[in-house]
Design a protein around this ligand. Structure first.
Ligand SMILES: [Fe+2]
Length: 179
């Protein structure tokens, strides 16, 4: 599968700082894979809602940079760790193929959004379409995939630990250097 996205070393604004905390870690230090992915979905959905109220081009740039980063990391940990485990244990090939096809489309949009000027008349439209991909992704995972994983023998805590470690590593690749 082609990995079309990059991990740019670019500066992010204040909203991008201090994100690398383990938001899904329980008091016992365990990280459940489903909780981690649900938290990612919630955070990105909230940012799309923030975007809808923005008028300033610089704020639009900042929020979309963060949306793009979070989505890239989310898709990558799903593809590298979560989906392969689901494929091995549950044989949900059709569902997973559809999910990966949506990721390809989302990455194309992300690449365009990163290149575009927020004052470009097409910018808002592209962000809206990316939000629609996200809504569809969330709906399919929450309704179909997560319940199947929850009721399976997959060790979601062990899986979550691996996913959080990879997520931390990927997020560090986007870290800010302000010298
Ligand atoms: Fe997801």
């Amino acid at each position: 599968m082609p990995n079309t996205h990059s991990q740019p070393q670019r500066a992010y604004g204040p909203a991008q700082q201090g994100f690398q905390g383990r938001i899904n870690e329980s008091s016992h230090g365990s990280i459940d894979a489903i909780r981690l992915l649900r938290a990612d979905h919630k955070e990105v959905e909230a940012l799309f809602e923030v975007y809808e109220r923005l008028r300033s081009a610089s704020r639009k740039r900042m929020i979309t940079d963060r949306i793009c980063m979070l989505l890239e990391v989310h898709m990558q940990i799903e593809e590298e760790i979560f989906y392969p485990m689901v494929r091995r244990m549950l044989q949900l090939d059709d569902l997973l193929e559809e999910a990966v096809a949506d990721h390809v489309s989302a990455r194309e949009l992300i690449a365009q959004i990163r290149e575009d000027d927020p004052e470009d008349p097409f910018f808002d439209a592209r962000v809206i379409v990316l939000g629609e991909y996200m809504q569809r992704h969330v709906k399919e995972e929450h309704r179909e995939l997560f319940p199947r994983v929850d009721s399976s023998r997959i060790d979601t805590v062990a899986l979550g630990k691996r996913m959080q470690a990879r997520k931390d590593q990927l997020m560090a690749g986007y870290s800010v250097r302000v010298d």
